[in-house]
Unconditional design. Structure first.
Length: 285
């Protein structure tokens, strides 16, 4: 893995790369509370055939924290990253969870810049109701004015325990590796904290409008693929309100481009990297 820094819209962006830059480019975006380096597990199976690029999105991993986080900023950041890696040719995009929502929307906002787009466990957010708006704004105001500090873990073992609690099916060796990727030392007493900006945990006061997302999806001209994990809460939730079939129709996802990874939860690129890599390679081949 090669790491580099790029200046993207006033932020120092941390980028991971695997493979030879002469090979076809695959740009991969991570999900919420994750970082680009966790794509290392699928890169092991893909880097001989592709040039893989995985940035840490603003406020995650080793990329600078921002003054605030507005979802459309991710589209503008992606635009500038593509200006660096592929200024003249449409690209192939992969995104997991939040990263999947980013690449799908970007493909509709700037369709001329995307050749193919693959979503891993991302089909928008659950529907919301107007009645939720007052409390969403109250919660956001409470959280953003509280100046609550990031959680400090007294030692690395405590951080590992927290990572395991959120990912109970992963092997201990993998938990330790993830804790090293997601966390960093704090102070001189052996304490640790997570690298991401704590502001990412604040409630979003703006109500999610799936109708807007649908209109953006309709503008996509790229080939679209979808990978879902059958043990994921996202899979169960989307299936419950018909989002998977609705999205497959809206996005014109062919049967061969819809893949389910069995015995796997939401973090499929970490839990089942070989199967996830095979799904990626199958779609982009």
């Amino acid at each position: 893995m090669n790491s580099k820094q790029l200046s993207i819209r006033g932020l120092n962006y941390h980028i991971q790369e695997w493979g030879d830059s002469s090979k076809p480019l695959l740009l991969l975006l991570h999900g919420w509370m994750d970082c680009g380096a966790t794509y290392k597990f699928v890169a092991e199976y893909l880097s001989n055939d592709y040039f893989l690029v995985a940035p840490d999105l603003r406020g995650f991993g080793q990329t600078d924290h921002a003054q605030g986080y507005w979802f459309p900023d991710y589209f503008a950041d992606l635009e500038k990253i593509l200006d660096h890696y592929s200024p003249h040719h449409p690209v192939n995009l992969v995104g997991h969870s939040m990263g999947g929502n980013i690449v799908l929307m970007y493909a509709g906002i700037n369709p001329q810049r995307v050749s193919k787009v693959l979503s891993l466990e991302a089909l928008g957010m659950p529907p919301t109701e107007p009645s939720e708006a007052p409390e969403k704004y109250r919660r956001w105001m409470r959280e953003i004015t509280s100046e609550e500090p990031s959680k400090i873990y007294p030692n690395f073992d405590a951080l590992c325990y927290s990572v395991h609690k959120g990912n109970p099916t992963l092997e201990p060796e993998l938990i330790i590796e993830l804790a090293g990727l997601w966390g960093e030392p704090f102070g001189d007493q052996g304490a640790y904290r997570l690298k991401h900006d704590h502001a990412h945990r604040y409630a979003n006061p703006v109500r999610y409008n799936f109708e807007d997302v649908v209109e953006i999806w309709k503008e996509i001209t790229a080939k679209v693929g979808l990978v879902m994990a059958t043990e994921s809460s996202y899979y169960r939730r989307f299936a419950k309100f018909g989002r998977i079939e609705e999205a497959r129709s809206l996005l014109k996802i062919a049967d061969k481009d819809y893949i389910e990874v069995a015995q796997c939860g939401h973090m499929l690129h970490i839990e089942q990297p070989k199967k996830t890599a095979e799904s990626i390679a199958s779609f982009f081949s």
